[in-house]
Ligand binder design. Structure first.
Ligand code: RTP
Ligand code: MG
Length: 139
């Protein structure tokens, strides 16, 4: 996995509210190239593994319920400094703290249901991309 790629999910709340198109438009307009993308739904086991780092946190059960309740859009994005720049584009975990113009400020309702995921390191971008996509699905 090249270091200029990151992994994202448009989470169930964003899909339910019909925001797929608007969020993808903002991602593209911000200079990210989509190199893999699909609509999929995570199982409980998938979500427990994907967010396993948080398994001792008080919100873990709620997070797994949320992330598995409906389809998500999973995608791999390419851009210089993709991980860092995408975290800037999505904004703070809590949309109340997110900067104006960020995806979470525009499309998220709460710290629990915050519309979008972005990898937090190049290493995790590679792990998360491989979790959701096979090599033949990446372009
Ligand atoms: P993400 O991994 O989804 O990109 O989010 P993040 O890095 O900004 O935040 P992180 O600390 O990794 O938390 C993962 C997700 O757990 C939910 N959460 N709920 N109720 C709460 O206090 C709480 N804190 C976190 C959010 O969905 C968050 O994105
Ligand atoms: Mg995180």
């Amino acid at each position: 996995m090249a270091t200029n790629r990151t992994f994202t999910m448009l989470k169930p709340d964003a899909v339910e509210k019909g925001h797929i198109g608007a969020i993808l438009e903002k991602i593209s307009a911000s200079g990210f190239r989509i190199v893999a993308m699909k609509l999929t739904q995570m199982t409980k086991a998938d979500a427990e593994t994907f967010y396993g780092i948080h398994n001792e946190r008080p919100f873990f059960g709620e997070l797994v319920e949320y992330m598995t309740r409906g389809p998500i859009v999973a995608a791999i994005l390419e851009k210089d400094h993709a991980v860092e720049d995408f975290r800037t584009l999505i904004g703070a975990t809590n949309p109340a703290d997110a900067a104006d113009g960020t995806i979470r400020k525009m499309f998220a309702d709460s710290i629990s249901e915050n519309a979008v995921h972005g990898s937090d390191s190049n290493e995790n971008a590679a792990i998360e991309s491989a979790f959701h996509f096979s090599g033949r699905e990446m372009f």
